[in-house]
Write a protein that binds this ligand. Structure first.
Ligand code: ZN
Length: 158
């Protein structure tokens, strides 16, 4: 089972970004820490108007995004096995939190892209429901079916 932890500061950033975006879909790249077997904690994320994936990032070589990645690797002392790209996120403001066919295709493209070099990637789909941040997380790996993971909103009791 894959667990993705969303810390409070990231929840706040996502909530604000989703509020500002309204009915527009937004997304970006998730950078995180591998804290334990099957457990990832989001450290940093990028917010872009369209669901900008790591693939579009690698292809377009967007300077600001490259800088975010560089800063992140620098801050985390280049411990690539612990701190790295963990996946993608985007919003489904008006839809369910289930990945579309296109979402799945993009994720398999990412994990099979040698330029990305990721052997797995998580997809976080999120939205606001009556002002409350909700989400679902999915795991993609080359040659495997999509697996639903467990999303943990840190600091919020269930
Ligand atoms: Zn989607």
């Amino acid at each position: 089972m894959i667990n993705l932890i969303v810390p409070i500061d990231i929840q706040e950033r996502l909530t604000l970004a989703l509020l500002n975006a309204g009915t527009r879909e937004i997304g970006g790249v998730l950078l995180g820490e591998h804290t334990d077997e099957g457990v990832f904690r989001i450290h940093e994320l990028t917010v872009q108007p369209q669901g900008g994936t790591i693939v579009t990032f690698v292809r377009k070589i967007e300077d600001s995004l490259r800088q975010s990645l560089r800063n992140f690797f620098h801050k985390t002392n280049f411990e690539y096995t612990r701190f790295n790209y963990v996946g993608e996120w985007h919003s489904h403001p008006s839809f369910s939190l289930t990945p579309s066919t296109h979402d799945k295709q993009s994720m398999y493209e990412i994990v099979n892209d040698p330029n990305v070099g990721a052997n797995f990637a998580l997809l976080l789909i999120t939205k606001l429901q009556q002002g409350k941040l909700i989400g679902k997380v999915y795991l993609f790996a080359p040659g495997f079916e999509m697996v639903t993971g467990h999303l943990i909103m840190e600091g919020i009791s269930k």
